[in-house]
Design a protein around this ligand. Structure first.
Ligand code: BTN
Length: 242
């Protein structure tokens, strides 16, 4: 795995591969406590403690689970678009390596035939108010997967794709990512699963009916609800399409 993966990377970085680990985001955090680096890659085939958004666990059996570290060292408020940009990098890589055409469900889920095949969790390591490192954690279900009962109706798989090729495509694209360039937005909007749709968004667990009308320049979801226009930020919000 590692040899093939390294041969496909456009750049030389520390790469760590695990058949099974607790969480690649946790591995990255541990590594960064002891080591200085600009970029690093942590990849696993399975995770025993996969972490998702909103403190949820993330099902992680037999897929591609990776954390790519970038080190922008910029004020934390300038990093709000990273997840949106990362989802574009992942979607492009998935399209290129699988020939399939998934869509992005705001803010960071990638869905194929209405089922979630990929989740993204970005976490910052801060120093003096700056995001010294950002851990971009990406989980993609591959192959034939038997999902547990609680997610079997909503989770799907990308199918048979080389994990090394997919991981390298994503990593190469994240390496090139320019946080000041918002040209990714057009692609994001074109591949949005929610724009123009009736949705329910949940804020602190309370459901609100709305229409998704736009994505703003920092990746916020602009909705119309109760005759008012409102921009949703990813923090505590989840979205369900009606
Ligand atoms: C979500 O959909 O809520 C985000 C899921 C992110 C999962 C990835 S898998 C690799 C990395 N390690 C983790 O523990 N989580 C992220």
């Amino acid at each position: 795995m590692v040899k093939k993966l390294k041969s496909l990377l456009s750049h030389e970085i520390p790469v760590f591969y695990y058949d099974e680990t607790d969480s690649t985001n946790l591995r990255a955090k541990e590594y960064l406590k002891e080591n200085a680096c600009d970029n690093a890659l942590f990849v696993a085939k399975s995770q025993t403690n996969g972490r998702g958004r909103l403190g949820r666990s993330f099902y992680s059996q037999n897929g591609l689970y990776m954390t790519y570290v970038i080190s922008p060292d910029i004020p934390i408020e300038n990093t709000v678009s990273v997840t949106t940009m990362a989802s574009v990098a992942v979607l492009r890589a998935i399209k290129k390596t699988s020939g399939k055409n998934p869509l992005i469900k705001w803010v960071n889920d990638i869905c194929l035939d209405g089922k979630k095949i990929c989740g993204i969790l970005t976490e910052a390591v801060t120093e003096n108010g700056n995001a010294k490192h950002i851990l971009i954690g990406i989980g993609i279900n591959l192959g034939k997967t038997e999902f547990p009962d609680d997610i079997k109706d909503t989770a799907g798989s990308l199918g048979d794709v080389s994990p090394e090729t997919l991981c390298a495509e994503i990593s190469n694209s994240l390496y090139e990512m320019d946080l000041g360039d918002i040209s990714y937005l057009g692609f994001y909007k074109k591949h949005s699963l929610v724009l123009g749709k009736e949705i329910t968004y949940f804020e602190n667990g309370i459901p609100h009916p709305a229409t998704a009308i736009d994505i703003d320049s920092t990746g916020g979801l602009v909705v119309k609800a109760d005759g008012q226009t409102k921009t949703l930020r990813s923090g505590e919000i989840t979205v369900r399409i009606k």
